[in-house]
Design a protein around this ligand. Sequence first.
Ligand SMILES: [Zn+2]
Ligand SMILES: [Zn+2]
Length: 343
Amino acid sequence: MKAMVLEKFGEPLVLKEVPEPKIEQGEILLRVQACGLCGTDIKIFDGHVNTVKLPRIMGHELAGEVAEIGKGVEGWKEGDHGVVHIYVTCGNCYYCRTGRENNCNRGRKRIGFEDDGGFGEYVRVPSGNLCKISKKISLEEACILSGSVATPLHGIRTQGRLKAGETAVMIGIGGLGIHTLQLAVVMGARVIAVDIAEEKLEAARRFGAEATINSSKSDFVSEIRRLTDGEGADLIAEIVSGSQLPSILEASVKALRLGGRLVLLGYQYGQLFSLDPAKIVYDEIEIVGARASVRQDLADVISLVERGKVQPVISERFPLAKANEAFVKLRNSASLGRIILTL
Ligand SMILES: [Zn+2]
Ligand SMILES: [Zn+2]
C-alpha cells in the first residue's frame, strides 16, 4: 500500500510502498479515506513527542471503510464507515477503570503516534477503537471528529463542566475553536468568541457566538468584563498555541468570574506563565487541562454531527502524496477549520 512515512524527524515525509498491516483477533482493517492534520502532528514531525519511534506512519484523525474483519469481532461488516478513537488502552488500570482511559498508564498506545496511523491506505484498529458513523456523513467530515470535535467536548463538558446558561469564552477560532464554539452553543451556553482575524469572528457569529472580540483591536479582558456586567466569564477555553500563549493565559485568568474555570486545550512545550496564588485562593478559580478524549466523547460527537447539531468545518483538502505541502500550510497559517488529507 502507499503511505507517507516519517523517516527522520524534521525532514519531509517520504511517499513509499509499504506492506499492508495484518490484522489479528479482535481487530479491523480500515481502508483510510481521509485524515485530519493537527498541531500535534507538527510536534511529532519535529521530534518533540519522545514516545514516537521511526519510521512511523503518522495521522491520528482518521476515518474510513471497513476492509476486513478479524476473528471474534461482532457488529461490523465490510463497507461500514468508522471513525478511529486513537487511544488503545489496557482496560484494567486505575484510569481505565475510572473512565479516564485517555490517561491509561499501562502500555497505552496511540494510533498515529506509537502505532501507524492514517497517512497510509490501510490501518489496523482494535474493533473497540472504531466508532460507527452513518454513511450520510462524508468520511472527509468524519475524519476530523475524533480530534477536532471530541477533544473540545472532553475539554468543556468533562474538564470544564460547562452548564446551560453560563457564559463561555472561546479564545482562538481555528480548527479546534470553531468546533468548541459549536459544542458550547449546543450545550446552552452564551458564547463569546475571541480572535485576531475578522473573518474568523464572522464565522464564529455564523455558528452561534452571541458576541465577538477582536483582540488585536481591543483588550479582551475589559471587553469580557463589559459584556458580563463586570462579573467575568464562567468558563474560558484557551485554544491557541505559539509564543503569545503565556500572555493570553495570564490575561484570561483576569477575565474569569469568581469560581470560573480556565480550560487549556492548546499548548506549546516549555512555555511558562505566571500566576498569583492569592488569585487562585481568593477567587476560587480553576485551571484545568484537557487531553484528547475518551471513547464516549467520540460517540456523542458522532451523534451530534449525524443529527445536524454540529457542523464539521474543513478548511482545505490535499491528496495524501501532497502531505508535505499540507504541513507547510498548517505551520504557516492558523486556518479556520481543519486541513485534511484525502486518500
Ligand atoms: Zn491531534
Ligand atoms: Zn489502562
